[in-house]
Design a protein around this ligand. Structure first.
Ligand code: NAD
Length: 506
C-alpha cells in the first residue's frame, strides 16, 4: 500500500485557520509500539513562525480578548476542561499512538489531570490579585497606587514528547487564564494530540489567541525563541536544550521559564514498610517506561533492608505487563524512539562496565505482533555509586539505580549530590521525622511514602539545573503576568507638594 496517500497530515494552526507549511515539507511521525509511519506533520520554518507571531500579536489587540473579564475567562477555562473530557478518547488514542504511553494511564490519569487543571485555574483566577490597591504611605503624599498584573504578551510554548498533552496544558492553561496569546511548538515526535487539542480549544477563542507551528527545534523552536515580538518562552525539555534556549533568549531579554531534566532520589529508611516500598518505588520509576522528568530513578536504600527490598522489587518488576500501549491490560509501553532506546542501552552498558549489577531486565523485549516496537524490560540496577554515569545522568527509561547507605546524613548528601533538583522523596514509618528530611532535600517536589503526587493546585518545577519557574496552581499565573504600578495624584496644587519643593525653590 502506498501509505503516503492515506496518511493523516497535521498542518499548522495560525489565526484560527489550518495553514500548510510554507516549505511544503512534512516530517514523518512513527508509532513507537509498531515502528509504523502513522502521520505526517508540517515541517515549519521561520516564515511560518513569523506568521503565527504576527497573528498572536494582532490577537493581543483584539478587544474581544484584550477586554475579556475574569469571569468570562473563568467560564472559558471551564469550557476547555469540559471539552477535554468530552473528547477524551480521541485525544488519548492520538497520544498513545505517537508517544507510547499506555491508554490506561492517559485515560485514567492524564486526561483527568488536564481537565482538573483548567477547572483549578478557572477557580483560581476569580481570587487571583490581578488588581491590588495599596494603602497610603507618607511618601508620596496624597497618592493612590494600584498594582496590576497584565498579560506578558505573546508566549512561545515549546514542549517535549513524553507527556505531550499534559505538558501543553500546564502551559496553555495559565497563559490563557492570564490573558496572553500563544504560539505552540510541540515535539516533532509527538505532534498529533497537540494539534487536535489546539484545534478543539480554538473553537472557544478569538482567532490568533492560540496558534500552533509544527516542526523541529532548529527550524521552529529556535526562531520562536529568537523572535523579537515574542515576550516569553515557556519550555519543557532536556537541560541541554534549556541552556541553549536561555542563551538564545538573552538577545531579546525574553522572560523564560524552564522545566528540565531530573534524577529523582528516593531515600528508603530502615523502618519503612518494605512491601509498600517495593510497589511504590517501582511505580515511581516505571510509569511511562521511566520517561518522566520527575521519576524516582535513584533509590537510596538503608543497608539493613537493601537485599530484601531488591528481592521484592525484582519479583514485582518481572510481573509488569510490557506491550501494546493501546491494550488496557498493559502497564508499560514502548520507549518513544529508536534514538532514545539506544541512549538507554548505552547507559546500561556503562553501568556494567563501571561495576554495577543488573538485577533484572536490561534487555529489549520482543512482543508478538509488535516486533518492531522499542520495548525494554523493567530494569533494576544494584551496586551503584552516585558518581557512576548511569546513576547521576538522566537515563529517561525504565531503569532504577540502587545505592546503599548507612546514615541518614549520608543519604541526604547522596540525594542532593546532583545537578538536578526536580523531585525527591523518603519512605519511612516516621512521617514526622520525614518532614524534617523533606526540608533538607534540594528539589521542587518532595514526596513522603509515595511518588508522582502531583496535584493541579500545587506548584511543580525544578531547582538547580532542573530549571526555574513553576507550573500548575495559581503560582503559575505569576510567570504569565507582568506587574505594573499605576499611581494617581490627588493633590494637584504644586505648592502643597513637599516633593516639588526639593527642586522648585522658586
Ligand atoms: P528536547 O530538549 O530534545 O526537546 C524538547 C523540545 O524542544 C522539542 O519540542 C524540540 O523540538 C525543541 N527544541 C530542540 N532544540 C531546540 C532549540 N535549539 N530551540 C528551541 N527548541 C528546541 O527534549 P526531549 O527529548 O523532547 O524531552 C525529554 C526531556 O524533557 C528530558 O530531559 C526530560 O527530563 C525533560 N522533561 C522535563 C519535564 C519537567 O517538567 N521538568 C517534563 C517532561 C520532560
Amino acid at each position: 500500500m502506498n501509505n503516503a496517500q492515506v496518511l493523516p497530515h497535521y498542518h499548522h494552526i495560525i489565526n484560527g485557520e489550518i495553514v500548510k507549511p510554507s516549505s511544503g515539507n512534512y516530517i514523518d511521525v512513527h508509532c513507537p509500539a509498531t515502528g509504523n509511519l502513522i502521520a505526517k506533520t508540517a515541517d515549519g520554518n521561520a516564515t511560518d513562525v513569523d506568521l503565527a507571531v504576527s497573528a498572536a500579536r494582532q490577537a493581543l489587540k483584539n478587544t474581544d480578548w484584550k477586554n475579556i473579564s475574569v469571569t468570562a475567562r473563568s467560564k472559558l477555562l471551564y469550557q476547555i476542561g469540559n471539552t477535554v473530557l468530552a473528547n477524551a478518547q480521541e485525544l488519548a488514542i492520538l497520544e498513545v499512538q505517537a508517544s507510547g504511553g499506555t491508554i490506561k494511564r492517559v485515560m485514567g490519569l492524564d486526561i483527568l489531570a488536564i481537565a482538573d487543571l483548567f477547572f483549578t485555574l478557572a477557580e483560581s483566577i476569580k481570587s487571583y490579585p490581578f488588581i491590588e490597591n495599596l494603602s497610603p504611605k507618607i511618601l508620596p503624599e496624597q497618592v493612590h497606587t494600584m498594582v496590576v498584573k497584565e498579560p506578558v504578551g505573546v508566549c512561545g510554548i515549546i514542549t517535549a514528547w513524553n507527556f505531550p498533552l499534559l505538558l501543553l496544558s500546564w502551559k496553555i492553561a495559565p497563559a490563557i487564564a492570564a490573558g496572553n496569546t500563544v504560539v505552540v511548538k510541540a515535539s516533532e515526535l509527538t505532534p498529533t494530540s497537540t494539534f487536535r487539542l489546539i484545534e478543539l480549544v480554538n473553537q472557544f477563542l478569538p482567532a490568533g489567541v492560540l496558534n500552533l507551528v509544527s516542526g523541529t527545534g532548529i527550524n521552529v523552536g529556535d526562531p520562536l525563541v529568537k523572535h523579537p515580538k515574542v515576550n516569553k518562552i515557556s519550555f519543557t525539555g532536556s537541560t541541554q536544550t534549556g541552556r541553549n534556549i536561555q542563551i538564545a533568549a538573552a538577545a531579546t531579554l525574553k522572560r523564560v521559564t524552564l522545566e528540565l531534566g531530573g534524577k529523582g532520589a528516593a531515600i528508603v529508611m530502615p523502618d519503612a514498610n518494605i512491601d509498600l516500598v517495593a510497589h511504590g518505588a517501582l511505580f515511581g520509576i516505571m510509569m511511562n517506561s521511566g520517561q518522566a522528568c520527575e521519576s524516582g530513578s535513584r533509590l537510596i536504600v538503608h543497608a539493613n533492608i537493601h537485599d530484601e527490598l531488591i528481592a521484592k522489587m525484582k519479583t514485582l518488576a518481572e510481573k509488569i505487563v510490557v506491550g501494546n500501549p493501546l491494550d488496557p491490560a498493559t502497564g508499560m509501553g514502548p520507549i518513544v524512539s529508536e534514538q532514545q532506546f539506544s541512549r538507554i542501552e548505552t547507559y546500561l552498558k556503562s553501568a556494567q562496565e563501571q561495576g554495577a549489577h543488573i538485577v533484572t531486565g536490561g534487555k529489549r523485549k520482543i512482543i508478538a505482533g509488535f516486533e518492531n516496537g522499542y520495548f525494554l524490560e523493567p530494569t533494576i540496577i544494584s551496586n551503584c555509586k552516585n558518581d557512576m554515569e548511569h546513576a547521576c545522568e538522566e537515563i529517561f527509561g525504565p531503569v532504577v539505580s540502587i545505592i546503599k547507605f548507612t546514615e541518614l546524613d549520608e543519604a541526604i548528601g547522596i540525594a542532593n549530590d546532583s545537578i538536578y533538583g526536580l523531585s525527591a522523596g523518603i519512605w519511612t514509618e516516621d512521617v514526622i521525622g520525614a518532614q524534617a528530611v523533606a526540608r533538607q532535600l534540594e528539589a521542587g517536589s518532595v514526596w513522603i511514602n509515595d511518588w508522582h503526587m502531583m496535584r493541579t493546585d500545587a506548584p511543580f518545577g525544578g531547582m538547580k539545573q532542573s530549571g526555574y519557574g513553576r507550573e500548575m496552581s495559581h503560582n503559575s499565573l505569576n510567570s504569565y503576568t507582568e506587574l505594573k504600578s499605576i499611581s494617581t495624584a490627588f493633590e494637584r496644587d504644586p505648592s502643597k507638594k513637599s516633593t516639588y519643593h526639593l527642586v522648585h525653590t522658586f
